[in-house]
Design a protein around this ligand. Sequence first.
Ligand code: COI
Length: 331
Amino acid sequence: MRIAAFGVREAERPYFAHWAKATGDQLALHSELLTPTTVSLAAGAQAITCFQTVPYAPGVFAGMAALNLHYLALRNTGTDNVDFAAAKRHGVHVSNVPAYSPAAIAEFAIADMLYLLRHTGAVQADLHRGDYPAAALHLGRELNACTVGVVGTGRIGRALIRLLNGFGATVLTTDTHRQPIAGLRYTAVPLPELLAQSDIVTLHIPGTPENTHLIDTNALARMRRGALLINTGRPNLVDTRALIAALQSGHIGGAGIDTYENETADLLALDRRGHFNDPQWQALLAQPNVVLSPHIAYYTATAVQNMVETALTCLHDFVQTNESALEVAGQ
Ligand code: COI
C-alpha cells in the first residue's frame, strides 16, 4: 500500500520503518503538516496519516478529493481540529487513535502533582540563584494526605485513579451516574462538591463545546484556598485569564498546565525565531508555582509506537473495506 505520512517526528521514524519492513507498504514520510498546500505531496498515495494540533482546513479535504484520496488516519486522539463537514463534503473518512497510552498521561499528571506539592520549581529557582538555605525551606505536602478530584473517568481518568489509589490519596470523581468501577476506590459527587472538597483538581474530559471553560472564575472560586489545578486534558477546559487572576490572588496554590488554552493560535503565530509569544503564557511562566509543558503528557515511546501502528492499521482497513472500527463520525 502507498501511504503518505505528514507531521512525522523523528521519534516516529523507527516505527514507520519497522512497519514498512513488516508489510511492504511504501511510506512517504513528510515532516510538513497537512495543509491545503502540502497535501499535493500525497500525489500517488492511496491514503494519508497525519499528526498535528493545528486545524485540518477545508482546503485539505478538497485537495485530498482532487488527488482521489479518501482516507485520513490521525495519529492522535483529539479531533477538535478537524472540519468534519468539509471532510464529509469531499468524501474523506477520518479515523483517530482513541487510546494510545492512558498511563502516559496519568503518570504525567502525577508528576505535575508531586512537582507542585514539593515546590520543585521554587527549589530549583533558589538553587540556580545560589541560595541553598532558601531552597531547603519549601515545606511540602504529601499526596497520600490529599483529596484529589478527578474530572472524567474515561481510560485516562481510570488509569489515574488507579495510581492515586496506590499513593493512598482520597479520590473524588463527578461521574455520579455511572456504575462503580470495579477495583478502584473513589467517591462520585457533583462537580461543585468535588471542587469544594479537593486539594487537587485534575481534568480528563473531552474538549467539547459544553466543556469549554468548565474551570472558569466561578469554578476557581469554589475551589479550596491553596488548591492545585492540573490540566493534561484539553486546552479549552480552563479559562486561562481566570486562572492567572486566581493564582495571582493566592486563592489557587499552583497549576500544572500541559494543554495550554492558546497553544494552537500561538503555534500558528510563532515569531521568526520560532518563539511562542503570548502575554498569558508569559504570565503563567512567571509564576514559580506553575509548571508548564508543551502538550507532551502523551509523549512516550509506548504511546508513539501505538499511534503509528494504530493509524496505519486503520488505513489498511479503510483501503481494504472502506471502513475502520476507529472511524470518527464528527458532529
Ligand atoms: C491527542 O492525542 O489528541 C493529544 O492531545 C496529543 C496531541 C499533542 C495531539
